[in-house]
Design a protein around this ligand. Structure first.
Ligand SMILES: Cc1cc2nc3c(=O)[nH]c(=O)nc-3n(C[C@H](O)[C@H](O)[C@H](O)COP(=O)(O)O)c2cc1C
Length: 196
């Protein structure tokens, strides 16, 4: 096996990493956003389908389009973040399978089965959203994921042709300490896990 990453790095990803609900003034360049994508894109997905699609909202004008869909408490979080990402998935992700997974013709599996396609898009798109959180933390950013929004409004505003569907939102930036809440406990191993 490989060497474990350092305890400090592990803590940056998990035990010391907390959700940010407010952010300090900070900007992310095009290159920094692309570097973030280029780190997360290597996370695994079934058949290497990579169904997630990401809309990075950075300008005030772009964020303004999102605000009407948000729960009120999430508005200042989006306004202060360096960037807010709409983590969505492509309902026709299977069109890329011949390119992404040339070893096997998996496209017909999903093209002919809308339920399997929807399940795979949601499952793997969600995983990719989680990879984005961990990549952002690895690169030193703080994150604030959000499901407090109306997906129908986001889809209508950003994905009018219906092909992409919003899953969750992710604020990325530099946390303002006032927006980091007391840490809640996690389930103990004996509650959350079985070792058979
Ligand atoms: C998928 C998801 C959706 C969330 N939605 C919201 C939200 O809409 N608004 C909010 O303020 N926090 C939201 N949170 C933040 C969680 O409450 C927070 O991550 C959790 O309590 C853990 O906090 P910690 O990282 O500080 O330990 C969400 C988190 C996740 C992962």
């Amino acid at each position: 096996m490989k060497n474990p990453i350092s305890p400090d790095s592990l803590a940056q990803l998990f035990s010391n990493a907390q959700t940010a609900h407010a952010f300090l003034p900070h900007t992310m360049s095009d290159a920094e956003i692309k570097a973030l994508y280029d780190a997360m894109k290597w996370g695994p997905t079934a058949f290497n389908a990579c169904p997630a699609r990401f809309v990075f909202l950075r300008s005030p004008e772009a964020k303004k389009r999102l605000l009407p869909a948000l729960s009120p408490g999430n508005v200042p979080q989006v306004e202060s973040a360096s960037v807010t990402v709409i983590v969505a998935h492509d309902t026709k992700f299977y069109e890329f399978l011949p390119e992404l997974f040339p070893a096997y013709d998996a496209k017909p599996i999903f093209e002919s089965n809308p339920t399997a396609a929807a399940d795979a898009a949601f499952r793997n798109g969600t995983l990719q959203g989680a990879y984005l959180i961990m990549a952002a933390r690895a690169l030193g950013y703080d994150c604030g994921p959000m499901s407090g929004f109306d997906p129908a409004k986001v889809n209508a505003e950003f994905f009018a042709d219906g092909r992409y569907q919003a899953n969750f939102l992710l604020n990325i930036g530099v946390a303002d300490a006032k927006g980091v809440y007391p840490r809640n406990k996690r389930l103990d191993f004996g509650v959350a896990a079985q070792l058979l």
